[in-house]
Design a protein around this ligand. Structure first.
Ligand code: PLP
Length: 395
């Protein structure tokens, strides 16, 4: 039998860590499937499109050409240069290749800047509900998590009154995510301006998680706080290839930071992962320099799926979902049913065979909501929401 250790053997840095809710629900769905049940998956935030062929081919060709050795820790110089141009164009910013640090997904772009910037006892503001990695990494760094509730009626942007009451000279870092997981909300520019002015006033850093920045609908644009006066020097922009190019398993992303911080991040990468797989970087190079119609085609498809899911969900008496402007999540309000989010999510998978996440998998502020993913086929969206409709009616 494998030896079992109690948590008292470990440091405070790791004892608080929890799995991501999505993995737990996926495991339950798979267990039910093994019993012969048909489960509709609306829980995993992963594009259902294959990686574009030209991108996969570039990775395969790189392996064939022997690109299987270490690269510089911050990434292949040509790739950093291409990312600087691409990410800069997207946001109307001048970005220097030295500011770009390539990582194994976007997650290092959340983790390493937090380690580099947050000392024990520093406060960190972040969205609630929000991507679970934010709170995890704040705690690993020894920081004090300061969750700020999001407001459904304002595109799930921060409650700015609470934000103003919480930000202070003790705040070292503010984490933003727009378009956001789990809500699909895009932070309005006026809110970004407000947040930027407070960040400057209290001399805080910002990590801006922009991995859904190209998944926006209705012809809107998701702006980066780094575009605002004085913000590029205090912001780490985090982006990657998982969502935009359907490359979740390749593990490829990047962070863009002011040069002095970028050097520290490069050193963290040097000692933590060494570098990102060379052939993955060549695939990423092709993704950015090859044809971009894959991205626009995917966005068009997501918008149709969003519209259909929204229509079906809002036709269920008692459910109410806002029209999300980005990402691939719907975050319906379930408060009228008198059950909490976890109860509803659990009963939906057990009784209706639909896997969804409870809003509380993303923090206490997610109570009263469930998260539905529309990065899945139209048939599954229709069947999943129809099953939900039947189940909610039966309550
Ligand atoms: N940030 C957010 C908001 C996410 O939703 C995810 C993945 O779901 C990530 C970061 C991590 O993505 P990656 O695969 O690039 O590490």
């Amino acid at each position: 039998m494998a030896p079992i250790l109690t948590s008292s053997k470990f440091t405070d840095r790791v004892t608080h860590l929890q799995p991501e809710g999505a993995y737990a629900v996926l495991a339950r769905a798979q267990a039910l499937e093994a019993q012969g049940r048909k489960i509709i998956h609306l829980e995993i935030g992963q594009p259902d499109f294959p990686t574009p062929k030209n991108v996969s081919e570039a990775g395969i060709n790189a392996i064939r050409a022997g690109k299987t050795k270490y690269t510089p820790p911050a990434g292949i110089p040509k790739f950093r240069e291409i990312i600087a141009g691409y990410a800069g164009n997207l946001r109307g910013l001048k970005i220097n290749p030295e500011q770009v640090i390539v990582g194994t997904g976007s997650k290092p772009g959340l983790f390493f800047p937090t380690l580099a910037l947050v000392s024990p006892g520093d406060e960190v503001i972040y969205p609630d509900p929000g991507f679970p990695t934010y709170e995890a990494m704040i705690r690993v760094a020894g920081g004090i998590p300061v969750p700020i509730p999001l407001r459904e009626e304002n595109q799930f942007s921060f409650d700015l009154d609470i934000f103003d009451a919480e930000i202070s000279d003790r705040t070292r870092l503010v984490i933003l995510n727009s378009p956001g997981n789990p809500t699909g909300g895009v932070i309005p520019v006026d809110d970004l301006k407000h947040i930027a002015s407070r960040a400057i006033e209290h001399d805080t850093w910002v990590i801006s998680d922009e991995i859904y920045t190209q998944l926006v609908y209705d012809n809107i644009e998701a702006h980066s706080i780094a575009e605002l006066d004085g913000m590029l020097a205090r912001t780490v922009i985090v982006d990657g290839f998982s969502k935009t190019y359907s490359m979740t398993g390749w593990r490829l992303g990047y962070m863009i930071a002011p040069v002095g911080l970028a050097e520290r991040l490069e050193l963290l990468i040097t000692h933590a992962t060494g570098c990102t797989a060379a052939f993955t970087q060549y695939a990423g190079l092709e993704a950015l320099t090859g044809p971009q119609d894959f991205v626009s085609g995917m966005v068009t498809e997501y918008q149709q799926r969003r519209d259909r899911m929204l229509e079906l969900v809002n036709a269920i008496p008692g459910l109410r979902a806002q029209r999300p402007q980005g990402a691939f999540y719907l975050f319906p309000n379930i408060k009228s049913f008198g059950l909490n989010a976890k109860q509803i999510a659990t009963r939906l998978i057990e009784e209706a065979g639909v896997a969804v996440l409870a809003g509380t998998d993303f923090g206490a502020g997610g109570e009263g909501y469930i998260r539905l993913v529309y990065a899945t086929s139209m048939e599954d969206i229709e069947e999943g929401v129809q099953r939900m409709a039947g189940w909610f009616r039966s309550l």
